[in-house]
Design a protein around this ligand. Structure first.
Ligand SMILES: C[S@@+](CC[C@H](N)C(=O)[O-])C[C@H]1O[C@@H](n2cnc3c(N)ncnc32)[C@H](O)[C@@H]1O
Length: 352
């Protein structure tokens, strides 16, 4: 699984328990990111739709949510990865931009990435193996990157993992064949059919996933975009069409209210953090507008490593202050009384 800001690694078990306790057979993960939560829903037997605006997230969802593990022959994946791993090095966009101009990857690994990414287009332009191979490449590249988990900057000295050779591994697929949907959550809730449970994990603040993970976006789109700045971000990041309403303090409350009230689901679970644009009381109010009781679960968690290190310019000069090392992650569970009654009392439950 790739390193991802806001990924619900620690909460995924509890979110899965909510799906099980509510007997949900169908679910939507509306801001799916790494698809970690959607995968958990699949493992627990639900029919899942995974939604996100990012191209890399769509590929991850095609691999982990749309592809049923039973439909894939592991030997075929192993053979495809072996063929791709044997391709000769190539100096392409990743090498020139992400290893020579920026330093996200060691040039030795960047040449492997260029060769393998071209190989996927040449040999697997479509078909069921394609998202699996792209996911394998994304995860392999993530395992040798030289960042603190965000692609707004890279480390001054190579991270030790960046010096290890890139290795393709087969993604660990899960059962069930759900659906990957690349679209705005606001659009998805207007067009999707009803589900038993909807999980909402929107961006909490101004930090944009489109720029934080622009390298993955380019690796999947493979469109060699014009770029700007030291971080070599995609030129189209300046285009308003790539900006999410959830990243604006002024637009986010309305957007979140719309998604919460319009999603057709019996149970709605909203993830939120004490560092978001809105205080807990206001998110609670948005959930209560559905007309059902709301439970609140709270988790004190460690923030991503960049916050502990602080922010440095590419020249190694400290330009930002160190943030708090911990934050509180909330899960707000809105469901009709009869569904709430089926839920166990979670240790993390708080009263508001
Ligand atoms: C907090 S992250 C989700 C993390 C995810 N739950 C996980 O465990 O990996 C928020 C996600 O929302 C996506 N996103 C941002 N704006 C969106 C929008 N308007 N519609 C759908 N997805 C959006 C981002 O691309 C990002 O993947």
């Amino acid at each position: 699984m790739i390193k991802y800001l806001g990924s619900k690694r620690r909460l995924v078990g509890e979110i899965g328990d909510l799906l099980t306790a509510t007997d949900a057979a169908t679910a939507v993960d509306l801001f799916t990111g790494t698809t970690r939560v959607a995968q958990e829903f699949c493992r627990r037997g639900a029919q899942v739709t995974a939604v996100d605006v990012a191209a890399y997230s769509e590929v991850l969802a095609q691999c982990y949510v749309e592809t049923d593990v039973a439909s894939i022959e592991p030997a075929e994946v192993a053979e495809a990865l072996r063929r791709l791993s044997q391709l000769p090095d190539r100096r392409g966009y990743v090498t020139e931009v992400f290893a020579e101009q920026a330093r996200y990857f060691h040039p030795d690994n960047a040449r492997r990435i260029d060769a393998i990414r071209d190989g996927i287009d040449a040999w697997y332009p479509d078909g069921p193996l394609r998202p699996i191979l792209l996911t394998s490449l994304l995860e392999a590249a993530d395992a040798v990157d030289s960042t603190v988990g965000l692609q707004m900057a890279f480390l001054k000295e190579w991270a030790p993992r960046a010096l290890r050779p890139l290795r393709l591994r087969p993604p660990v697929l899960v059962p069930g064949s759900g659906r990957a949907l690349r679209c705005d959550a606001l659009e998805a809730v207007r067009t999707m059919g009803p589900v038993d449970l909807a999980y909402l994990d929107p961006p909490y603040n101004q930090h944009r996933y489109y720029t934080n993970y622009h390298v993955w976006e380019t690796l999947v789109r493979w469109d060699a975009p014009a770029h700007y700045g030291v971080a070599c971000k995609r030129e189209d990041a300046r285009d308003p069409a790539t900006k999410s309403a959830f990243n604006y303090r002024s637009r986010m409350p309305q957007a979140l209210a719309e998604v919460i009230t319009q999603v057709r689901a019996t149970t709605v679970v909203v993830s939120f953090s004490n560092e978001g644009f809105l205080p807990l009381a206001e998110v609670l109010e948005l959930c209560e507008a559905r007309g059902h009781p709301v439970r609140v679960l709270a988790h004190d968690t460690r923030r991503y490593i960049g916050s502990a290190i602080g922010v440095y310019s590419p020249g190694g000069v400290k330009v930002g202050t160190q943030g708090p090392s911990r934050n509180v992650e909330y899960l707000l569970v809105s469901a009709p009384e009869e569904v709430q009654e089926r839920l166990p009392r979670f240790a993390s439950q708080i009263s508001c």
